[in-house]
Design a protein. Structure first.
Length: 188
């Protein structure tokens, strides 16, 4: 499975592409950081991020896009910019019918380090080790984008099984409700 990982941000937006193999084997195919200057108007910054994302989507053709879910931050302005950057990338993927999944920071940290409270240095070290890289990806936004893609490669099978189980449970619930309605009608 080819997964594009996205660490959204207005100043630095990490983009990565990882190929998941048998078991937990993953291979890094590409990584980059899109930078936009703070003195440029917001719409132009979002356009630059969207253009880069569209290029990546069209060039690499991922099967899924994993974006970091924005959690409440102390700086509301930073949180808004992060959410907007993630939104333009999710939109670009949706226009191409590429599934988008949002993972929380703690889910990503737990997946790659085993600790949902790991710091950036631990995440970077594990990403470097998991992917067998000669050097740690820099800046941290690149490592975070790779961690998101790895997390999704490893979690996607579980997510799919859970969705199947939920669909089966809903189908069973509907059948039960229909039988119950028929019984009430017959005795009514």
């Amino acid at each position: 499975m080819r997964v594009m990982g996205v660490d959204p941000g207005l100043t630095r937006c990490g983009l990565s592409l990882v190929e998941g193999g048998a078991g937990r084997r993953v291979t890094a195919l590409d990584v980059d950081v899109v930078r936009t200057p703070a003195d440029v108007e917001l719409s132009r910054r979002l356009l630059a991020i969207a253009d880069a994302a569209e290029y990546w989507l069209d060039t690499h053709r991922p099967q899924a896009v994993a974006i970091e879910r924005v959690f409440a931050q102390h700086n509301v302005r930073t949180a808004m910019g992060t959410a907007q950057a993630g939104g333009v990338i999710a939109l670009a993927a949706a226009r191409r019918d590429i599934p988008v999944v949002f993972h929380t920071p703690s889910e990503v940290k737990a997946a790659v380090t085993g600790n949902g409270s790991a710091d950036k240095a631990q995440v970077t070290a594990m990403v470097t080790r998991i992917l067998g890289l000669q050097a740690a990806p820099r800046p941290a936004d690149a490592a975070d984008a790779l961690a998101l893609a790895i997390c999704h490669c490893w979690r996607a099978p579980v997510i799919a099984r859970m969705a199947e189980a939920k669909a089966r449970a809903e189908q069973a619930r509907r059948r039960y409700a229909e039988r119950l309605a028929q019984q009430r009608k017959a005795t009514g």
